[in-house]
Design a protein around this ligand. Structure first.
Ligand code: FMN
Length: 175
């Protein structure tokens, strides 16, 4: 049995989960609603990135039992450009820390690009982004990697990088 679980704050990860479900006919559910994840042999976890954390993943995967014939695909949704290896290495390091011991090694980790609308952010997220961007702007030029530059460039804007064609990497992995 297969399942797509999503963790979102503002909807980008849910949009990807819905479209992936439409294309694969695998049901999708929010991490807040999933009960026993161990009844599935294939799990796609699609979660948006918040300061390196994948929304809802740590809590959801805490009880995951990685049996030999199980497949876990973790998909992150963030603003950082997933074609930049420096970004994805950094994200993967964070994912590893949020999974129970030994699970990361057996999992496939993929990356999608999300969206942000500063007019819709809650107070906490607006404040966090303000602080992060101020800190980022003060970094010496050589320390501003692609992730940091993307954050500065998109600050206070409405950007949408959601691209359903990028779901093909997940669909290939599910074959
Ligand atoms: C407070 C905050 C922290 C964020 N941290 C990251 C991050 O560490 N890496 C990243 O790529 N994107 C980061 N983002 C961007 C979100 O991951 C992006 O907007 C994502 O599409 C949100 O998905 P959602 O609509 O499913 O909640 C952050 C956004 C906010 C508001």
């Amino acid at each position: 049995m297969k399942i797509i679980i999503y963790g979102t704050q503002y909807g980008a990860a849910k949009k990807y989960a819905e479209e992936l479900s439409r294309r694969t006919e695998i049901p999708y559910v929010s991490y807040e609603e999933i009960e026993d994840i161990n009844i599935y042999d294939t799990i796609v976890y699609i979660g948006s990135l918040y300061a390196g954390g994948v929304q809802g993943m740590k809590k959801t995967m805490a009880k995951y039992d990685a049996g030999t014939d199980k497949k876990l695909i973790v998909v992150t949704v963030g603003l950082a450009d997933p074609t930049d290896k420096e970004n994805t290495d950094h994200i993967k390091g964070g994912v590893k820390k949020q999974l129970p011991d030994g699970v990361y090694e057996k999992a496939t980790v993929l990356h999608l690009r999300g969206a942000i609308d500063y007019t819709k952010l809650n107070y906490k997220h607006k404040t966090m982004m303000g602080l992060l961007v101020r800190k980022a702007k003060n970094l010496p030029e050589e320390k501003k990697n692609a992730e940091v530059r993307a954050m500065i460039e998109t600050y206070n804007q409405v950007v949408d990088f959601v691209d359903y064609e990028s779901l093909s990497s997940i669909i290939d992995e599910l074959r």
